[in-house]
Design a binder for this molecule. Structure first.
Ligand code: SF4
Length: 378
């Protein structure tokens, strides 16, 4: 039972095989790690993993490099800390993203728990199908992947299907049940569509009294925020020691490979974190690449780190180990795609799947290409 089962999103119960061992993807309840849970993950990463936790674009922490024979012990520890579902299919359904700037009066954790309970009655859904609870003062998760959203509008909460501009006004009490009903509608009508936006794009409309737009805002910058201090992890990776140092307060995990440390007002003095909103590392994305991923054609992160200073504010460089583009599935101003011959293809204004603009670049040629690419129009 160690490998990934096709059609299911990998989790702690169904780990995924990779080049450096198993990956366990965890789904902390409410998108939040308590200090005990964060300490436990740091210990697990050090004892059984590759020494770090990686955070996905769905705010799911990963343990990497795990040997199959230690899974029972890891499961025992995860269960003791409330980080393991009883069954793999329930774990796979709990794709719930919680916006990190929620206030006590938003009752975000309570709604996340109610939605989790409701998902016990959910129909079979595609592996990537997910929910966003965007309950803070404004909806900030618009750029993050989700199919059903509960958001703030000027009038109160709304339930919105991804792909629709308007949502139906709902109370906090009725929102989880109505979200589940919308998931049922999707499952009954989806045909070949794997995501809500595609179904809505085909012209079908769910039975929602859609009347209000969400009150949207950009994702929060790094630094002090109302609930605590917002800091980021280079390429989503936080070493066990840094995680242990951070784990003096609850951590709200974000889809931007960052976390809000509750109650913290000042930048912590911990190596290996991104604290400056102008840090060039915020402008680059790179998957684990070789040798960590079995699909990778080459190494990625050292190159991305070395090129970060060439990327101007507002632009993004994505270095990908293969065309799957896990670290940044959307288009970027510049994408470098590793090739089996140790060189890279260059894609301008596209995703890792797009046709390359230049092919077969040696690493030494890339800085000049990037300077030229970014200079005139960005
Ligand atoms: S993009 Fe390719 S190489 Fe990178 S992590 Fe995903 S599958 Fe592996």
């Amino acid at each position: 039972m160690a490998g990934e089962v096709k059609g299911w999103c990998p989790g702690a119960r169904r780990p995924m095989e990779s080049g450096d061992g198993l990956i366990l993807r965890l789904r902390p309840h409410g998108g939040r790690l308590t200090p005990d849970q964060a300490q436990a993950l740091a210990d697990l990463a050090e004892t059984y993993g590759d020494g770090a936790i990686e955070l996905s674009a769905r705010a799911h922490p990963h343990l990497r490099g795990v040997r199959p024979e230690v899974l029972p012990e890891i499961h025992r520890i995860l269960a003791r800390h409330g980080l393991l579902d009883a069954e793999a299919d329930m774990e796979a359904r709990r794709n719930i993203l919680v916006a990190p700037l929620w206030r006590a009066e938003d009752h975000a954790l309570e709604m996340a728990a109610a939605l989790e309970a409701a998902l016990g009655e959910a129909p079979p859904l595609p592996a990537k199908f997910g929910f966003a609870l965007d309950l803070g003062p404004q909806a900030i998760l618009g750029g993050a992947s989700a199919d059903i959203r509960i958001e703030r509008s000027p009038e109160g909460l709304i339930l919105r299907a991804e792909g629709m501009a308007l949502g139906e006004p709902v109370s906090a009490e009725e929102a989880p049940a109505k979200a589940l009903a919308l998931a049922h509608w999707f499952a009954e009508n989806r045909g070949e569509a794997g995501r809500m936006a595609r179904l809505i794009g085909s012209g079908l409309r769910p039975p929602l009294a859609a009347a209000q737009t969400p009150l949207t805002a950009a994702p929060p910058g790094l630094g002090p925020q109302a609930p605590g201090f917002h800091l980021a992890f280079p390429f989503g990776r936080v070493e066990a020691e840094a995680l242990r140092s951070l784990a003096r307060a609850p951590l709200r995990l974000t889809p931007w490979r960052s976390a809000v440390v509750e109650g913290l007002r000042e930048a912590p003095d911990i190596p290996g974190l991104i604290l400056d909103p102008l840090d060039p590392l915020l402008r680059v994305s790179a998957c684990v690449g070789a040798p960590g991923c079995a699909s990778a054609e080459g190494a990625t992160r050292d190159l991305a780190r070395s090129l970060a200073a060439l990327v101007p504010q507002g632009a993004r460089l994505h270095v990908s180990g293969c065309a799957k583009g896990c670290a940044h599935p959307r288009p970027a101003e510049a994408t470098l795609l590793a090739r089996p011959d140790g060189r890279f293809d260059f894609i301008r204004d596209g995703s890792a799947k797009a046709p390359p603009h230049l092919t077969g670049l040696a690493s030494a040629e890339i800085p000049a290409i990037l300077r030229g690419s970014f200079a005139p129009s960005l």
